[in-house]
Every structure is written in C-alpha cells, then in structure tokens.
Design a protein around this ligand. Structure first.
Ligand SMILES: [Zn+2]
Length: 46
C-alpha cells in the first residue's frame, strides 16, 4: 500500500500520492500556490 496523503489546501479534500515525500498538495500550482499566497498576506498584514 502506497502512502496516500490528504491535500493541505484550505478548501481541498483530495487525496494524492506524493511523488516527493515533502509534497503537501495535490496540485502545487493550485493548492500550494494558494497556501503560499495566504501565508504571504498573513505575514504582511498590519
Ligand atoms: Zn489540493
């Protein structure tokens, strides 16, 4: 059994098989990018 992981995207409930063990999102350019943007705004809020 391979290691299925749950996407960490905020609104995403997809499961995926990470090609890279450090991968956290089903689609890095979608869910991963959203997480990066959210983190960016959280850090730059007054
Ligand atoms: Zn996702």
């Amino acid at each position: 059994m391979r290691d299925v992981r749950e996407c960490e995207g905020a609104d995403c409930v997809l499961l995926f098989l990470p090609a890279n063990p450090r991968r956290r999102w089903c689609v890095a350019s979608a869910c991963g990018n959203r997480a990066r943007v959210a983190r960016y705004y959280a850090r730059h809020k007054p």
